[in-house]
Design a protein around this ligand. Sequence first.
Ligand code: AP5
Ligand code: MG
Length: 208
Amino acid sequence: MNLIFLGPPGAGKGTIAAKAKDVFNIPHISTGDLFRANIKNETELGKQVKEILAAGNLVPDEITIKMVENRLAEDDAKNGYILDGFPRTIAQADALAKMSNVDYVVNFCIDRDVILKRLSGRRVCKSTGRTYHILYNPPKVEGIDDETGEPLIQRDDDKEEAILNRLEVYEKSTAPLIDYYREKDLLVDIDVSGAPDEIMENLKKILK
Ligand code: AP5
Ligand code: MG
């Protein structure tokens, strides 16, 4: 099954994808995670995109499309995938249509005030990307990753200014994909205001 998780920053795409990948037995491919891994490893790509991510702007389509094309060519993506955070522009969606057939586009529906609470309380483990929330999903020991014992950090783009910019970028460049995919009859809406387990149960029903 080839899935796209579409939705605003902080909607919980990564959180649900981390569960759905095991349920559906397909890889979770997050373009944000791929960029962050490159930044951490100080690759050429990482150096190119570091400032763009910190500010919450979009990486140019050409760079992003190439990265996804390479990732989808890997063996584990042959029997399906969850694309989280891609496509984010019409040009990316057109490019994806040439690479692969999408089965469903899952549209994460959520109010702005909930997004702001989710993003401002998010903490992540830098080496694994494991994601927590100070209120909704706290680690066992405050500020420490449950498995690696490393300190948790706040993403650069989870500071207020970058959050507001990411929401603006989403409305301008990414939200038009909702109509784009609805017209192609690929869109399924899901209310993601509840708890992750409840959302996962709904998703299983919707995709049946
Ligand atoms: P990316 O990493 O994709 O960021 P994003 O879309 O802004 O999404 P987030 O990761 O912030 O949110 P999420 O929906 O995954 O929420 P999460 O599960 O973490 O992209 C980062 C950057 O990379 C972009 O800004 C851009 O620069 C670049 N980029 C990436 N893709 C690109 C592309 N295609 N083109 C160009 N540039 C690109 O949850 C958020 C918080 O809420 C967590 O704390 C979590 O614990 C909590 N939470 C989640 N679900 C629930 C729930 N149901 N109840 C309570 N709390 C919850
Ligand atoms: Mg994410």
